[in-house]
Write a protein that binds this ligand. Structure first.
Ligand code: UDX
Ligand code: ADP
Length: 464
């Protein structure tokens, strides 16, 4: 089976970069990315490729090369579905905010809407690929909807979970550790569909890195990978608090532990807490599935990773208040960084949102600077917590365009995202323009304690 036309529903952080790379590596395949969000599609089609809606190092070059050659962005979802042999579903699956499973289960309404649309429009057989992270057994639900429309079209459902991390997405796509493809491998049609997707990736990924499994293993592997990664961050963050109380240094501990090859060096960087669209959501999914199956101990085990993360964000903010003589009321506090990590403009579940909310409850005045996050996004993130009115958020929080303006006249600075440019700031100048004593709270272990103390700062880093 040779794929000629691909459609991807959802032009977000996953769909956009993934399809751009497939288009680059497979020039003979036409790839159309569709979205119901007109503004987003317009931005993807922006003449200036630097203005595409997602910031990701290297992405604009790939888009420049492929756009209007074999990569297209459109709002005509029906037309793209109709023409495609293979349809990727890459829509968002946020945690449910209502009803059963509220705050835990993934909301599958966007997925279901896609399935119904595919069922309504399709006239010939299709391979449907789930790209969004989904709870285990979603493919079954998809198949049920697609198979019960009675128009004689047959569908193969594949699970092809995304392992790309934001900020390094292009590199992760170009050189993946592995690509996982789940399908109905017990049937000939299922195997053919799996092979069709294997052939696409084989354009650039060595065959031995293309893993094929049944659909359920594939879906569960994605949740497991993210749960394990998040668990490492929560584990080292748990140690960071112990370090602070005992005089050990979390960086030294992480280095010593990480050099054990059975453990490894990655994902042991202590921080103000993990964020992003995947970790929390996927673990909550795992917890929800475990609970639904009556596996309470399994659910509690994984839930603790989230509880530890919530604690880390809260304790960072609480420490700021305590250090600033037990009150931040009316004090100006500068937050450097709002994105959930460097090199992305994504703010979903970013620790900064929760730290800011905590400080605002203590009546601090907050000034935010992030190199890539827009002002409207910062207000939208705070508003979404519904802790206070939108008007209050706007009067208590200001957003500025450079770090010097943010820190000028402030009582304290908190580094919440590890942007490289924060290392290069003229900290001597910042010190000069701050109120004294001038406090810096480093939530990312980005700055050098000795240098900061020599300048005159009262310096606190997480984990020492
Ligand atoms: C993650 C997975 O890595 C990726 O495979 C999956 O497809 C999607 O979810 P992402 O959320 O983009 O990717 O970022 P990641 O680099 O995993 O970081 C997640 C959070 O953990 C960030 O807030 C980051 O700052 C934090 N983190 C990561 C740490 O605090 N310490 C670390 O050592 C590593
Ligand atoms: P992710 O990080 O998973 O890529 P995003 O929120 O960045 O998530 O992107 C998901 C995109 O899917 C959004 O741009 C949203 O508008 C789009 N979307 C959601 N439902 C549909 C639908 N039924 N048809 C087309 N696009 C959709």
């Amino acid at each position: 089976m040779r794929i000629k036309n691909i459609c991807c529903i959802g032009a977000g952080y996953v769909g956009g970069p993934t399809m751009a790379v497939i288009a680059q590596k497979c020039p003979e395949i036409n790839v159309t990315v569709v979205d119901i969000n007109e503004e987003r599609i317009e931005a993807w089609n922006n003449e200036d490729v630097e203005n595409i809606p997602i910031y990701e190092p290297g992405l604009s070059d790939v888009v420049k090369e492929t756009r209007d050659r074999n990569l297209f962005f459109s709002t005509d979802v029906d037309a793209a579905i109709n023409e495609a042999d293979m349809i990727f579903i890459s829509v968002n699956t946020p945690t449910k905010t209502y009803g059963i499973g509220k705050g835990m289960a993934a909301d599958l309404k966007f997925i279901e809407l896609c399935a119904r649309q595919i069922a309504r429009v399709s006239k010939n057989d299709k391979i449907v690929v789930e790209k969004s992270t989904l709870p285990v057994r979603t493919a079954e639900a998809l198949k049920n909807i697609l198979d019960n429309t009675g128009n004689g079209v047959s569908y193969q459902i594949l699970s092809n979970p995304e392992f790309l991390a934001e900020g390094t997405a292009i590199d992760d796509l170009m050189n993946p550790d592995r690509v996982l493809i789940g399908g109905d491998i017990d049937t000939i049609e299922g195997k053919e569909a799996v092979e069709a997707l294997v052939d696409i990736y084989a354009h650039w990924v060595p065959r031995e890195r293309l893993l094929t499994t049944n659909v359920w293993s594939s879906e569960l592997s994605k949740l497991t990978a993210n749960a394990f990664l998040a668990q490492r961050v929560s584990s080292i963050n748990a140690m960071s608090e112990l370090c602070e109380k005992t005089g050990a240094d979390v960086n030294d501990v992480a280095k010593a532990v990480g050099m054990d090859t059975r453990i490894g060096v990655k994902f042991l960087k202590s921080s103000v807490g993990f964020g992003g669209s995947c970790f929390q959501k996927d673990i909550l999914n795992l917890v929800y599935i475990s609970k639904s199956l009556g596996l309470n101990e399994v659910a509690d085990y994984w839930e603790q990773v989230i509880l530890m993360n919530d604690h880390q964000k809260r304790r960072f903010a609480a420490n700021m208040v305590k250090t600033l003589f037990n009150t931040v009321s009316g004090k100006k506090i500068a937050l450097l960084g709002w994105a959930f990590k460097k090199d992305t403009n994504d703010t979903r579940e970013s620790a900064a949102i929760y730290v800011a909310d905590y400080l605002l409850n203590e009546q601090a005045e907050i000034v935010v600077y992030d190199p890539k996050v827009k002002m409207e996004q910062i207000y939208a993130d705070l508003d979404s917590l519904e802790t206070r009115s939108e008007q209050e958020n706007r009067s208590l929080v200001s957003v500025v365009n450079d770090a010097y303006e943010a820190t000028k006249g402030s009582h304290a600075v908190a580094v919440l995202t590890e942007w490289d440019e924060f290392k290069q700031l003229d900290w001597k100048n910042i010190y000069k323009d701050m109120l004294k004593p001038a406090f810096v709270f480093d939530g990312r272990r980005l700055l050098v304690k000795q240098t900061m103390e020599e300048i005159g700062f009262e310096f606190y880093a997480i984990g020492s």
